[in-house]
Ligand binder design. Structure first.
Ligand code: LMR
Length: 327
């Protein structure tokens, strides 16, 4: 009971402290790290806020904080449990402290297309993974995909051996570290907001990300070029605190979850087009993109394959098989 009372007090404080919300509205703060517009996640967060603020007007008030202005990905998960934010969408690579199952999504060359990603995330196996962190306080509300990843570096990368001796920024993911080491490079985990500076000053030589991040964060401007490897998925978990979700009135929760589901479907349907647009934006801005022929691509696949074996114990072969079957 005491817990419920202090949770209610916290929510009340959040209501009172928010400038743009009306009295009595439940404040829902959503913190993320990418561009506010022109990016699959930035646009999805805006769409979600627009729908909540119009359809739940008087009951709920959503505020979106983009570009790491409120929290980094490593802090936002703690902030969810403290009630400082109610929604976040970190990439699936950033949950290693809470579950090792999500290592699945980081396996190199696992998904051949975004369509395959959609079919896996909508399957029973995919949906089951939304609730694997409830024992540590997090509930996944859906997967927001963001594209496949490409490598960039301060020199041309055509074969994996071109990465020999280079240092790459990676997300906080041991699978990513193993992948870079398999290429003969070294990996450095860095927060997203530090990547541009690290590339510019030569703290790292390269990085891997989606077309949308490479364009909107201007990484291509401080790199020799981008190689179209499509080697790994970038996708997010729209995540909330289980305690907060359970504290909502049933009608409120149902309406809110219906909106999040609809926005998730709509957002995922436009990711491929946004990614293609940002790829083109890089070219239009004078960036270099290198494509791989079939033989070159096979070399990347072969070099990274041992990474699967290294992590299959954490993930489970059943899950890996289910994901492969969606291709
Ligand atoms: C990264 O850290 O590179 C990405 O997870 C950032 C993002 O949210 O797209």
């Amino acid at each position: 009971l005491l817990g419920a009372v202090s949770a209610a007090a916290l929510l009340f404080t959040a209501n009172a402290a928010s400038a743009n919300c009306d009295d009595g509205e439940m404040v829902i703060k959503f913190s993320h790290v990418v561009a506010a517009t022109g990016h699959p996640k930035g646009d999805a967060a805006t769409l979600l806020a627009e729908r909540v603020n119009s359809e739940m007007d008087g009951k709920a008030c959503m505020e979106v904080f983009a570009n790491s202005t409120l929290f980094d990905d490593d802090k936002v998960l703690e902030a969810l449990l403290l009630g400082d934010v109610q929604l976040a969408a970190p990439s699936l690579s950033k949950f290693e402290a809470y579950t090792l199952k999500y290592r699945l999504f980081d396996l190199p060359f696992l998904f051949s297309s975004l369509k395959a990603v959609d079919s896996f995330t909508q399957s029973e196996a995919g949906k089951g993974l939304l609730t694997v962190m409830e024992d540590v306080g997090y509930t996944g509300l859906g997967y927001w995909s963001s594209g496949l990843k490409q490598f960039s570096a301060n020199k041309p990368l055509l074969t994996p051996s071109d990465a020999d001796g280079l240092k790459f920024r990676v997300q906080t993911s041991d699978v990513a570290v193993a992948m870079i080491e398999a290429m003969g490079g070294s990996a450095q985990k860095l927060a997203f907001k530090e990547v541009y500076g690290a590339l510019q000053t030569g703290v790292v030589d390269g990085q891997e990300n989606s077309w949308s991040n490479i364009y909107t964060q201007k990484f291509f401007e401080v790199q020799d070029g981008v190689t179209e490897t499509n080697h790994q998925l970038l996708a997010y978990l729209l995540v909330t605190s289980t305690e907060w979700l359970n504290s909502l009135d049933e009608d409120f929760r149902e309406q809110f979850l219906k909106i999040t589901n609809e926005v998730t479907i709509e957002a995922n349907a436009s990711v491929a087009a946004k990614e293609a647009e940002n790829r083109q934006n890089i070219l239009d801005a004078g960036g270099t993109i290198r494509e791989l022929d079939a033989e070159q691509r096979k070399a990347w696949v072969d070099v990274m394959k041992p990474v699967w074996t290294k992590f299959e114990g954490d993930i489970g072969t059943d899950l890996i098989d289910a994901a492969v079957a969606s291709n």
